[in-house]
Each structure stands twice: as structure tokens, then as C-alpha cells.
Design a protein around this ligand. Sequence first.
Ligand SMILES: NC(=O)c1ccc[n+]([C@@H]2O[C@H](COP(=O)([O-])OP(=O)(O)OC[C@H]3O[C@@H](n4cnc5c(N)ncnc54)[C@H](OP(=O)(O)O)[C@@H]3O)[C@@H](O)[C@H]2O)c1
Length: 228
Amino acid sequence: MIVSIIGGTGPQGLGIAKRLAIEGVEVIVGSRKEEKALDIVANTKEELADYDLNMTGMANEDAAKAGNVLIITVPLVAQKPTIEGIKEFCKDKIVMDATVPLETAIGGKPSRFIDLMEGSAAERTASILEGTGAKVICAFCNISNSHLANIPEDIECDCLIAGDDNESKVIAAEIIDKIPGIKTVDCGILEKARIIEKITPLLIGLNIKYKSHYGGLRITGIPALDKE
Ligand SMILES: NC(=O)c1ccc[n+]([C@@H]2O[C@H](COP(=O)([O-])OP(=O)(O)OC[C@H]3O[C@@H](n4cnc5c(N)ncnc54)[C@H](OP(=O)(O)O)[C@@H]3O)[C@@H](O)[C@H]2O)c1
């Protein structure tokens, strides 16, 4: 199983790439520029020399083609062109989307959300990928890059996910739950991304208010996702 991170050179994508690679997942870091991806992967391998990372860098299109599972970690402004650019390689694949529609996309505050015509960023991705058979899942929206970068500490947060295909959500959860401390919570159909994505500006606001980088979320009182 190869997991490709599209836009994997930023703090969110690289954080996910590092965490998964440490757990033995084969990871490709994607970028608009292959050279940038290769440089960042080389630096990452130096930084995490204690781990045997199976990680390489590629242009986003090549990463999308090579990956069995894709994770989208680009800013909202880049979402549409990026997804359109990899669309032909998404056929029947699991596509996790971490995009959060923050007001920063239009020069506003990171603690505020902007409403999208499609209802959520993940639904926007699904609408662009319509007809490809891609299984879009909202994921990683509530896990901060600070937590991801805080290696080797466990990430004591839940990863809320939503998507319309149950089998794909089980596979996604198996990948996400490899990261120590994280528990994946299946919130239901893709439309639930409208709620999940809105939690992120709330957490950012809390981080600002309490001068933290580690605001996170735990849902209590429900069983773990049934992966049988
Ligand atoms: N940061 C967090 O803590 C966090 C938490 C939850 C969710 N998210 C979401 O995850 C996504 C990524 O966050 P991030 O902080 O890692 O973002 P970022 O650093 O702004 O961007 C990630 C990567 O996207 C590519 N990119 C940037 N601008 C682009 C453009 N105009 N067109 C095409 N590609 C572009 C760049 O890669 P190349 O230059 O290599 O192509 C960049 O390294 C966002 O949607 C964010 O809302 C972030």
C-alpha cells in the first residue's frame, strides 16, 4: 500500500507523511515541483535518521498515479486546480481530504470559517472527482501540524472522518490509527464534513486564546470503529 500526500511539502502534509512513514507505511510526498519534494524528503530522512523511512518525493501528478491512497493537504485556494490536475489518477482510489475552508483564503482570520457552495471542502473535492469512482473522505482536518511534528510524542486526539463508502473508511481508519495516540471516529456520510471542518477554526481560536499549539479533540462514550 502506497500513500501519496498531494501538497505534502507543507506542515500538515509533511507531518502526516512523517508520522505514517515512521510507522512503516510507504509514503510519497507530492509537490508542484518534483525537485522541492525530493529536497524535502532528503531533509526529512536526515532529520529522522533514527527511523527507517520508506519515503520518496515526486510531482503531485506522479504521486497521485503511484499512490493507492491519496491524502490532499493543500490550501483552499489550491484545492480546485490541484484536484483537477490529478483527477485522471484518482479512479476508484481512496482520497482523504484535509482541506479546511478558513477565512485566511480571502485575507481573513484563521479562527473563522468560510461557507462553500458545495457545503464543505471535502464535498467540493468529491464534486470535482465525480465520475472517477474516487471515494472521498474528510480526514485529518482536526489534527494540528504541531501535534504531527511533535515526534515521537503520541497524538492524544481523535481524527474525525466522514465519507459515503464504508469499506473505504475502514481502510482509511486503519492507516490513520497507525499514528500512536490517534483514534479515528467515523462520523457518517460525507455531508458530515460540513461539521468536522468547522471544528478546526474553533480549535485554532482556542489555541490563540490559550496561547497553545496543541488544541485537539476527544469524543468519549462511543466504541472504536469496527474494523471487522
Ligand atoms: N496546518 C495545520 O495545522 C492544518 C490542520 C488541519 C487541516 N489543515 C489543512 O491542510 C491543508 C494544508 O495545510 P498546510 O498548513 O500544510 O498548508 P500550506 O503549507 O499553505 O500548503 C501546503 C502545500 O500546498 C502547496 N501549495 C501552496 N499554495 C499552493 C497553490 N496556490 N497552488 C498549488 N499548491 C499550493 C505547497 O506545496 P508545493 O509548493 O510543494 O506544491 C504547500 O507546501 C490546508 O487546507 C489546511 O486547511 C491544516
